[in-house]
Write a protein that binds this ligand. Structure first.
Ligand code: ZN
Length: 419
């Protein structure tokens, strides 16, 4: 995962353009993608697909010809979606187009201006402090022209058409945690699921933030009914604890599953309620759609000083943290996959478990008592109304223990799946 982050990191991405295409090409080497190209001007819900932005070079050159700000050093140096410019100007004239972080003088900020036609440079406050009056040669060699918005989808087919969507944004340039780590985790989750013959169909969405999700929703309006669960993945690689932000519904199955997984895992974590901000959960959870989609991050949106700065580099994300996020996502799918309702076929009095070898089969195991309790809970609550997750929550047992108990009881003919 970390190697993928490092490989994607240098690419200059935005909400449209060749950087997104190149990113999807590389992701496509690991998981096959279906690419959509949506033309500029296409109406999508209340929005319109913008013109496509591509950039080749940009710099601010001092009178000696030295590039004091150089796109080749970092693509963060140019405000995303800057219109082309070629001019000579003094520092005073240039200043209104310069963005710095006075309180983080060694870092380059990340800025965009998608919907207001302007241009600008981002630089270290330290660099700005060293600039004299100039004049400077200022150039942004970019094009903003009719083209396309690009996004990619990867589907892991399941045994049902009901879908779990996993969405991550691919519109940020050289920023690792936001969101190359999320992309890497999604890629590896997809590969793992493909080997698991899943029940659900899993659809992985690699899309530019906001406009990408809005475009996807506009083009899939008739199909969103098949979305049973969803997760937006972002900020998946920093060293902070996992944070789950609930869906708008707040009590969707995905909300309960992620909360259960986090609570029983022993991991430090935080659960926060839905708010109409953050990443593309804003779109999936807009009231017209109201999809059961939550958001999993480590340190959330804007919650760390490296956020949207040049310090969010591959060194800021760790293989360990990404592996931990991946493992959590995997455990979430393990619960979703097995969360069924059962019917107790012997509901009058407790059935005799010993006679059926259900005690003996567990002999010697250190978790015997837990497994036994799980069987009693499954038998008691398998009335068609309670799912295995309901039983796990009520019994305060890990889901896996409850699911194994249900499996054993099913093998003994004591419960059947409720359909
Ligand atoms: Zn961001």
């Amino acid at each position: 995962m970390h190697a993928l982050v490092e490989r994607l990191y240098p690419i200059c991405r935005s909400i449209t353009g060749d950087g997104v295409r190149r990113t999807l090409e590389i992701v496509g080497e690991s998981v096959p993608l279906e690419i959509s190209e949506v033309p500029t001007g296409t109406e999508v819900l209340d929005w319109t697909v913008p013109r496509e932005w591509n950039i080749r070079d940009a710099y601010v050159k001092d009178p000696s010809g030295r590039r004091v700000v150089d796109f080749a050093d970092s693509n963060l140096h140019v405000v995303g979606y800057s219109v082309p410019v070629s001019a000579v100007m003094t520092l005073a004239e240039l200043r209104e187009h310069l963005h710095t972080l006075p309180r983080q003088p060694d870092l380059i900020p990340y800025r965009t201006s998608y919907y207001a036609e302007t241009w600008g440079f981002c630089l270290r406050e330290k660099t700005l402090a060293e600039l004299d009056e100039g004049p400077y040669e200022v150039r942004i060699d970019a094009t903003l022209a009719d083209g396309h918005l690009t996004y990619g989808e990867h589907v892991v087919p399941g045994r049902t058409a009901e879908e779990v969507i996993v969405s991550c944004h691919v519109c940020h340039p050289s920023l690792a945690n936001d969101n190359l780590a999320g992309v890497a985790v999604a890629v590896h989750l997809a590969r793992r699921l493909a080997e698991a013959d899943p029940w659900y169909t899993y659809r992985f969405l690699f899309m530019p933030g906001t406009i990408g999700a809005i475009t996807w929703l506009a083009r899939n309006r008739e199909h969103v009914g098949r979305v049973a669960h969803g997760l937006v993945l972002a900020c998946a690689g920093d060293s902070g604890a996992l944070t789950y932000k609930r869906s708008r519904r707040g009590d969707a199955e995905i909300d309960r599953v992620v909360e259960h997984v986090l609570r029983t895992s022993g991991r430090a974590h935080r659960i926060v309620d839905f708010s109409p901000y953050g990443y593309d959960e804003r779109q999936f959870c807009s009231p017209g759609f109201d999809l059961p989609v939550g958001s999993l991050t480590r340190t959330p949106y804007a919650g760390y000083p490296e956020y949207h700065t040049s310090a969010d580099d591959p060194g800021f994300v760790s293989p360990e943290a990404m592996a931990d996020t991946l493992e959590t996502c995997w455990e979430v799918t393990r619960v979703l996959e097995r969360n069924r309702r059962y019917r107790n076929l012997s509901p009058y009095g407790e059935p005799q478990l010993g006679r059926r070898g259900l005690y003996g089969s567990l002999g010697g195991r250190s978790d015997t008592r837990q497994a036994q309790m799980a069987m009693l809970w499954v038998l008691n609550l398998s009335d068609g109304r309670h799912t295995l997750l309901d039983i796990a929550e009520r019994s305060d047992l890990p889901f896996a223990t409850v699911a194994e108990a249900a499996q054993a009881l099913r093998g003994a003919g004591l419960v059947e799946e409720w359909t």
